[in-house]
Ligand binder design. Sequence first.
Ligand SMILES: NC(=O)c1ccc[n+]([C@@H]2O[C@H](COP(=O)([O-])OP(=O)(O)OC[C@H]3O[C@@H](n4cnc5c(N)ncnc54)[C@H](O)[C@@H]3O)[C@@H](O)[C@H]2O)c1
Length: 437
Amino acid sequence: MNPATFSTLLDRIRTKQARVGVIGLGYVGLPLAIELVHAGFTVTGFDVDSHKTDRINAGKSYIPDVPEADIAASVKSGKLSATTDMSQLGAMDAIDICVPTPLRKTKDPDLSYVVLAVEAVAATLRAGQLVILESTTYPGTTDEVVQPMLEDTGLKADVDFFLAFSPERVDPGNQQFTTKNIPKIVGGVGPKSTEAACALYSAAVQHVVPVSSTRVAEMVKLLENTFRAVNIGLVNEIALMCHKMDIGVWEVIDAAKTKPFGFMPFYPGPGLGGHCIPIDPFYLSWKARQNGFECRFIELAGQINSSMPDYVVERVAEALNSVRKSINGSRIHLIGVAYKRDVNDMRESPALDVLEVLRKRGAVLTYSDPWVPHLTYDGHTLSSTDLAAALAHSPDCAVICTDHTGTDYDAVVNSGTLVVDTRNALKNHQGATIFRL
Ligand SMILES: NC(=O)c1ccc[n+]([C@@H]2O[C@H](COP(=O)([O-])OP(=O)(O)OC[C@H]3O[C@@H](n4cnc5c(N)ncnc54)[C@H](O)[C@@H]3O)[C@@H](O)[C@H]2O)c1
């Protein structure tokens, strides 16, 4: 290694002369790119989707958490641009990879997006570059998959180029905790890599937490998301149990959370959604299995959480039964379909499973969700209808799947429609027409 390589990189980061590339301009990559621009770096976003790169270059935002004015100002000042041309990666000093890490149908990790992105980086890799993987993945991805691909170029990690893993912990829709103030975990393949990645993030986020290896950093993210998945599984099981025992689970949780230590509230719901909680724990259990270890908690929580849409449908059947109706032939209206409150993200949304099961049982379906104008489930397409107009048509039953801010719940209750509430959105309402999870 030329000893100047590392110090030049650090100098370029410290003086904000470093050019930063962000590969994958989605829910994670775009907010990160903007934070790096705010920190003073010149950022190039890389994406295979030309609609996204065109929109950014036109100063438009497509991620609700990223204000359009921020994009427009960053593009105008020349600090942000976007391209589909991966050959420009060679001009970057630092590269953040934020591409999807989904599951295959078999629930095995699908690293194909990461592999394609790393191939693109390898094609123009040069001494002095810093490469950071941010996509959630199993422990070992960075040193077993990414590092050998990059070292096939003849350059050596932590000597000629620098390689780290830093999990993205952003929570879309969360106004309080954002890319800027969520502490950033950083683990490099060696000390220089950790130092360089910490230097980059320290310029852009408030708190950086170095750890001893890429594997620790990868495992941190999976612990966090497995913790959520398992606790949601537990509280979903408690909800099923409370229903059998005629106890209101929501009141139980509200009272339990008054304990000032040793308890953290999780809430039941129609099932898991989004690109993280339903998927990430299976990255961990897959890798554990490769090492001869069965993750029992993860599998059990997965079973309980994925049974929740069926349970919601059973509650719909119970509600309809109370007025001598069946699901078959009933007009059922879903209120909120995004995977969680105040986002437009439909990935893995449990509402899609609820719709599919209801359709198979003969329901006639409509929905309203101001965040989701259209959706496709099980090969069928629906468009959102205005909630007031839907209620005016007196559906046989409504199902609150997502509790978006601003939904007119008074109107829902006052309409007299039977309603299955999977989110305790009708906490402040009482009545025989309300069926809570
Ligand atoms: N969405 C979240 O809440 C969240 C939170 C924390 C971590 N993560 C993790 O971050 C990663 C990205 O998730 P996301 O939600 O931002 O995904 P996303 O689908 O919103 O964005 C990914 C982007 O990568 C692009 N892309 C795919 N392959 C590419 C390639 N080879 N080269 C360039 N661009 C490519 C896609 O076109 C897309 O724009 C995942 O590993 C996810 O698990 C997501």
